[in-house]
Design a protein around this ligand. Structure first.
Ligand code: ZN
Length: 445
């Protein structure tokens, strides 16, 4: 039985079935380096089972696997995620550990291209054909005992070592949009056998080159924090024909701020909002980034928000290659200010709002830790796309208020019922009373 509510032909290309089919094809295409004939489970089934666990935000991989082995759930995994044979927990981790993480990149690219082809990225453009890509680093694993070949290590004075995994994440965002769209991240990690520690700056350099390679015709504006506003990073961004918008604080740019202070007045603009808050902007184009001979010229702008009592409630300053004027200063400030979303809407959601990204699903020896991160990020990406485009998903979000409660409900249903599709599962949750009473319902538009 399927009421087919909220079905929209227009959104078919971004429906769960279409996206699931797309990543299923990518997972099938990943080369299997294992000795064939000795494998109990296909790589595809391993990847899809782990993805399903992240998709349903189950905090316990082993519990989820156990439940899925029950007949009901096995059918759900088959109907919803194309899994033929459910892998045993330990084998799932062993197989996942061997899959090179870069093989996930085409799946991220595919989701991005679907959004682009069907005009959803136009709403995100900050300038014509230019998307704001906010980048930031975050650590998602830390331990004093368990480690792998790729762990970063930090030796303390006591001789004790802390092992960790971190990532340089990029996400497309827009000041007016709540949803953030992740792109393939870059692991901040050591390569096998080297003692040299990787760092955020190096990862950012690789990230920018890979972003260009994946989307050569798309314009980007790279938005980053004060750690990024140094000349080598800016030159890397320019080399890839991208724009930049980077935080520049007085403490990190003494020369630049002294240079600005030498002017008696800078171009500026003010306005007062309905709360009585004052928005003050000032800017200067063609400013040297530092005092050395080879300094590049940047365009500087600063924004200060003051309340009715005259107290500063927000202040920040940036450098960019875009010429600043009274026509674009507000847009550029809004773009710079939406950088906080990568912390709040992306990292905080992944760490604390149901996705358990810091949870240790098992560490492995090679790629398991980062592959789990990537599968979680893909699940998050699916959900962000549905929030943006899927009426039934939006209705579920509205009906249950908190995401946590909504996912508990979804997990509850798949424990007891076999669903022939994700759309059916959403219908069931939305119109449960209608299902229980088994009475015909009107097709709602
Ligand atoms: Zn590790």
């Amino acid at each position: 039985m399927n009421f087919g509510l909220f079905k929209s032909a227009k959104k078919k290309h971004l429906s769960f079935s279409a996206l699931k089919q797309a990543i299923s094809l990518h997972f099938h295409a990943i080369k299997d380096s294992r000795v064939q004939g000795k494998c109990d489970y296909s790589q595809h089934d391993v990847l899809m089972s782990a993805f399903a666990c992240m998709y349903f935000q189950d905090p316990s991989l082993s519990e989820f696997q156990k439940q899925m082995e029950e007949e009901q759930n096995q059918n759900n995994l088959r109907t919803l995620f194309n899994v033929e044979k459910i892998p045993k927990n330990s084998q799932l981790r062993d197989i996942l550990d061997l899959i090179p993480s870069k093989t996930f990149a085409p799946a991220f690219k595919d989701l991005f291209e679907r959004l682009r082809r069907h005009k959803h990225l136009e709403e995100y453009a900050i300038l014509p054909n230019t998307l704001l890509c906010v980048i930031d680093g975050t650590q998602y694993y830390s331990s004093k005992q368990i480690h792998c070949d790729c762990c970063l290590h930090k030796e303390h004075r006591t001789g004790e070592i802390t092992y960790s995994h971190a990532v340089l994440q990029g996400a497309i965002m827009h000041p007016d949009k709540k949803q953030v769209l992740p792109v393939m991240p870059e692991a901040i990690q050591n390569t096998d056998g080297t003692k040299k520690q990787d760092c955020e700056s190096n990862a950012a350099k690789r990230f920018i080159a890979n972003l260009k390679k994946a989307h050569p015709r798309q314009g980007f504006m790279i938005c980053g924090d004060g750690l990024m506003s140094h000349q080598p990073m800016i030159e890397d961004i320019i080399e890839e024909m991208m724009h930049y918008l980077l935080v520049a604080k007085p403490g990190d740019h003494t020369y630049l701020f002294e240079w600005l202070e030498a002017f008696s007045e800078l171009p500026s603009m003010d306005w007062i909002d309905e709360k009585g808050h004052q928005h003050h902007y000032r800017w200067k184009n063609n400013v040297p980034l530092h005092g050395e001979k080879n300094a590049i010229e940047v365009n500087f702008f600063e924004y200060t928000l003051t309340n009715t009592a005259g107290k500063i409630i927000y202040r920040n300053s940036w450098v960019t290659d875009i010429k600043i004027s009274e026509h674009n200063i507000q847009t550029m400030t809004q773009a710079g200010r939406c950088r906080w979303k990568i912390e709040n809407e992306c990292f905080n959601t992944l760490k604390n709002q149901g996705y358990h990204i810091e949870h240790n699903y098992g560490h492995g020896k090679k790629h398991l830790s980062f592959n789990m991160y990537l599968l979680t990020l893909l699940a998050f990406y699916f959900h962000q796309i549905f929030e943006l485009t899927d009426g039934a998903y939006q209705a579920c979000r509205k009906k249950f208020g908190s995401k946590k409660l909504m996912w508990e409900k979804f997990r509850g249903v798949i424990t007891f019922f076999v669903m022939d599709s994700w759309e059916h599962l959403m219908d069931f949750l939305l119109y449960r009373d209608d299902y229980e009473e088994m009475r015909p319902v009107k097709i709602r538009k």
